[in-house]
Design a protein around this ligand. Structure first.
Ligand code: LAN
Length: 679
């Protein structure tokens, strides 16, 4: 297929803009395209929040809500009747025909981890054990080795609920925090999410904290195991794991470490434990202060709350925890769930800005879109991080000044690609607003992006990579792979390269050499990451379609020509996977098998990524692009929205997470680029 095709004017060849014309017979008519922009932007503007942001359902992972429910039970903060009904409805809506529940809401394979946690949560929410769904769920649990075979994070929650014994866990020693920070196994080297989750776990383990076994707990004990609770020798079940929960094999080194830590635990000294717990608590308190009790993510939000409850149920920290914890709940079309983050507002808003700005001028300049954009700018401006956290080195925190988080400033953890997308959106709009972000602050964003770059030329998610992959050998989670360190990712690297390219244009002469060097190293990193077949593997959405979009845009931002073989190979890859109806549909199984797996149905968000890639790579006039554009236009509903489709967000290669707005702004963005390149 030739890279450039001349636009064909369809049935009414008189004028390219008269109704019934199109850029190509295969593409949408110009009239339909125009209507898609008008209706799409009107709808999208109508769902903007008062603070100028967009946000949406961010559920999907099935281990989160049960942890939340456990916290309500432990801390004696029962949900309202309405909440309870919504939580039960959501959980049961994800039950598989075999009775179990998978790692995410759409997973067809059930796991002991999420089935046990959900079963317990439903019981704590007062669902009777004799309800048919519960009988089925219990049967799944019993048939697959009982709750003894659940992955370790379920066992942690069960320990605190007094449904499992701490003896049945490999220790997470608080004493590790007393090691000198330089020691490679010091927890300060971990990926921030693992680090923040293992902190409260170390605390709970160090104190073996748990609630009393009341009659409900005693009843659940009899339901989730194959033999009477009192007869179970928990210490024999530290490694008992249902095959469905096993995401990797236990390394020999890990076995040695577990043995050594077990021995330490048997002989540990109380004085040292006390000191270690105090240090761990200082880190927990620091995280709480730095995030205004939001915490970096949903798991440590729950666990830190438990820590404070056991410290002092009447204390301020416990009260404050309950002011923020419910902000993780989301009342969605399928019930109430716990979101995977306190929100996805900054991320959605930064993309929304770029998408709206890409629509044809007649649309982008309309009062509706102008107003939406100026409100969005306000959100981006108000949520840039303006300072580093106090004592950042002492608490293993990277700089934050100038960064943007995934959600909001109160949360405060900056992320490499959120900073980059926030920066790009801010530059895009600064000339249209009266009081733009001060130049000095924008330059800080650029400095921060440079400071995040890894030695391999790529960018990780939150921080520079702090240890080698060998640390994965000690991963105690059982259910999640690749969580021990932060890695250089195609997506994050591409976003940072795009931001640096923007910075070069916006601030000529500023940090010229460091930026050039960073871009060169980033380009090399992306080139190394490209696969033989021309694709890039994505890590944060499904999968090769997403990764290839970032790979191509990253290389282009680094100054690589669209004619470069790497780019052309990537476009060929995409074209090979286009469906007959012009769409792309990639199944989430791709993330697990690490090769492209077809989804039976075309997905608008994925089609948009592919179209965006083709457009920037010089193929906006190709048959593939016309057909993709037509698919997107045809898919749009009358109200201007696109129908809900399969979840496409992902993490740790296994867990899907919902980005409610992807199908909206990416479709507008892709159609905008398509229109611009063809007009
Ligand atoms: C997220 C959400 C945002 C996401 C992007 C910014 C989209 C990505 O480009 C970089 C990685 C990042 C920041 C990301 C990392 C992992 C997160 C934080 C999540 C997928 C949201 C929830 C997930 C977190 C790890 C869930 C808790 C589970 C554990 C295994 C700790």
């Amino acid at each position: 297929m030739p890279p450039y095709e001349t636009p064909v004017v369809s049935s009414h060849p008189q004028s390219p803009s008269s109704p019934g014309t199109s850029f190509s017979l295969e593409g949408p008519s110009l009239e339909a395209l125009q209507q898609a922009f008008v209706q799409g932007t009107n709808f999208f503007a109508s769902i903007q929040e008062d603070d100028g942001s967009w946000c949406g359902d961010y559920g999907g992972p099935m281990f989160l809500l049960p942890m939340y429910v456990a916290a309500t039970y432990i801390c004696k903060r029962p949900p309202s009747d309405e909440e309870r009904e919504g939580m039960v409805r959501y959980t049961l809506s994800t039950q598989n025909p075999d009775g179990g529940i998978g790692i995410h809401a759409e997973a067809e394979e059930s796991m002991m981890f999420t089935t046990t946690l959900s079963y317990i949560a439903l019981r704590l929410l007062e669902v009777p054990a004799e309800q048919p769904e519960m009988i089925k769920m219990r049967r799944w649990i019993q048939d697959h080795g009982s709750a003894l075979a659940a992955a370790s994070w379920a066992k942690w929650i069960m320990c605190v609920l007094n449904l499992y014994d701490y003896d049945g866990l490999h220790p997470i020693l608080p004493e590790l925090y007393l090691l000198p920070a330089e020691v490679p196994i010091h927890p300060g080297h971990l990926w921030c999410h693992a680090r923040q989750v293992y902190l409260p776990m170390a605390y709970l383990y160090g104190k073996k904290t748990r609630i009393e076994a009341d009659p409900l707990i005693q009843a659940i004990r009899q339901e989730i195991y194959a033999k009477p609770y009192e007869k179970i020798r928990f210490s024999a079940h530290r490694d008992t794991l249902c095959p469905a929960d096993k995401s990797y094999s236990l390394s020999f080194l890990s076995q040695i470490a577990n043995f050594a830590m077990g021995a330490f635990e048997s002989f540990h000294r109380e004085g040292l434990r006390q000191r270690a717990l105090e240090e761990v608590k200082r880190h927990i308190d620091h995280e709480d202060q730095a995030t205004n009790f939001i915490r970096i993510g949903p798991v440590n939000a729950v666990l830190n709350t438990l820590v404070h409850y056991f410290e002092d149920p009447e204390g301020e920290a416990h009260q404050k925890s309950w002011e923020t914890l419910p902000t993780y709940l989301w009342n969605g079309h399928d019930g109430i769930k716990m979101n995977g983050y306190n929100s996805c507002k900054l991320w959605d808003t930064a993309f929304a800005v770029q998408a709206l700005r890409a629509t044809p001028t007649s649309v982008a300049d309309s009062p509706v879109v102008q107003k939406a954009l100026s409100n969005a700018y306000r959100y981006i401006q108000d949520n840039q991080v303006l300072e580093d956290v106090p004592e950042k080195d002492r608490y293993f925190r990277h700089a934050s000044l100038g960064g943007w988080p995934f959600s909001d400033r109160l949360h405060g953890w900056p992320i490499t690609d959120c900073t980059s997308e926030g920066f790009k959106a801010a530059i895009e709009l600064e000339e249209t607003v009266e009081q733009p972000i001060a130049e000095g602050l924008l330059r800080e964003s650029v400095r921060l992006i440079l400071s995040f770059q890894n030695d391999d030329g790529g960018w990780a998610s939150y921080e520079r990579q702090r240890a080698g992959t060998w640390l994965e050998l000690f991963n105690p989670s059982q259910a999640f792979r690749d969580i021990m360190i932060d890695y250089s990712y195609t997506e994050c690297s591409s976003a940072c390269l795009q931001a640096l390219q923007t910075a070069q244009k916006r601030f000529p002469g500023f940090l010229t050499q460091p930026i050039q060097r960073a871009i060169q190293n980033g380009e090399n990193f992306l080139r190394r990451k490209q696969r033989e077949d021309g694709s890039w593997e994505g890590s944060w959405a499904v999968c090769f379609t997403y990764g290839t979009w970032f790979g191509v845009w990253g290389l282009l931002a680094a100054g690589v020509s669209p004619q470069d073989q790497a780019i052309q190979k990537a476009c060929d890859f995409l074209r090979r996977h286009q469906k007959a109806d012009g769409s792309w549909g990639e199944h989430y199984r791709s993330c697990q098998t690490r090769k492209y797996e077809e989804h039976p149905e075309g997905q608008a968000a994925q089609t948009a990524w592919a179209l965006m890639t083709l457009c920037k790579a010089g193929h906006a006039q190709s048959s593939a692009a016309h057909r993709a554009a037509r698919f997107l236009v045809d898919r749009q509903q009358e109200d201007g929205d696109w129908p809900r489709e399969a979840m496409v967000g992902v993490f740790n290669k296994t867990t899907l997470i919902n980005y409610e707005n992807y199908r909206r702004y990416f479709c507008l963005w892709a159609l905008g680029l398509y229109h611009k390149a063809n007009a």
